[in-house]
Design a protein around this ligand. Structure first.
Ligand SMILES: CC(C)(COP(=O)(O)OP(=O)(O)OC[C@H]1O[C@@H](n2cnc3c(N)ncnc32)[C@H](O)[C@@H]1OP(=O)(O)O)[C@@H](O)C(=O)NCCC(=O)NCCS
Length: 173
């Protein structure tokens, strides 16, 4: 298993892998599969880190024998007063590769890279309350739930609440 930062050369694999996640787990993501499928390759590449610079965010991928089997992404806030904040988004492990510790390795790698970004303290994320396996994973990596948003997502008329979770990098030893 190779865990590494993705580059724009991984854009096609990233696009296809995320689309599977969005289709299979709509309640796990704020973005819809339809929105993602409509993006051009250029728009997807633009969401990926500039070569050699992770200061605005990055994508960590897990490759198993050349196949992308897991991703998690970080995006730093652009607002001047929120530059110490970033959002973890897009966490997804292939269905046939789950419960092998890949999700945990991806989150821990994301945290390790986030800690190298100057001025970044807070990593924030949301997870549907029904998605217990996800928020348990984040809790295991040190995130805590600080609030729960009712009706955060509405999918085909069904409402989902979301936990909001945070990790203060400056408090890690
Ligand atoms: C959530 C997800 C990323 C977990 O990935 P994974 O590789 O299976 O997770 P790991 O094997 O690293 O598990 C790490 C921890 O997460 C929790 N966890 C993972 N799967 C779990 C499950 N099915 N039930 C309960 N806890 C679970 C456990 O705390 C686990 O630690 P443990 O094995 O010591 O009990 C994966 O299930 C997934 O991609 N789900 C669909 C997309 C999704 O929900 N993304 C999250 C969006 S917020």
């Amino acid at each position: 298993m190779e865990i590494r930062l993705l580059t724009r050369d991984d854009a096609a694999a990233f696009r296809d892998f995320r689309l599977v996640g969005l289709r299979n787990h709509p309640e796990a993501f704020g973005e819809s599969a339809r929105e993602w499928a409509a993006l051009t390759p250029e728009e997807i590449a633009a969401r990926m880190p500039a070569p050699g610079d992770i200061s605005e965010g990055f994508i960590v991928g897990a490759y198993d024998n050349g196949r992308l089997v897991g991703i998690t992404c970080l995006m730093r806030s652009q607002h001047l007063k929120k530059r110490h904040h970033a959002e973890l988004w897009g966490m997804h492990v292939a269905a046939d590769m789950r419960r092998r510790g890949i999700g945990e390795r991806l989150v821990n790698e994301l945290i390790a890279h986030a800690r190298t970004i100057d001025g970044l303290d807070m990593v924030y994320l949301t997870a549907a309350t029904v998605n217990e396996r996800a928020w348990k994973l984040y809790e295991k990596s040190g995130f805590t739930i600080y609030g729960t948003e009712p009706k955060a997502l509405r999918i085909d008329g069904v409402d989902y609440d979301q936990h909001h979770m945070i990790l203060d990098l400056s408090k890690l030893s």
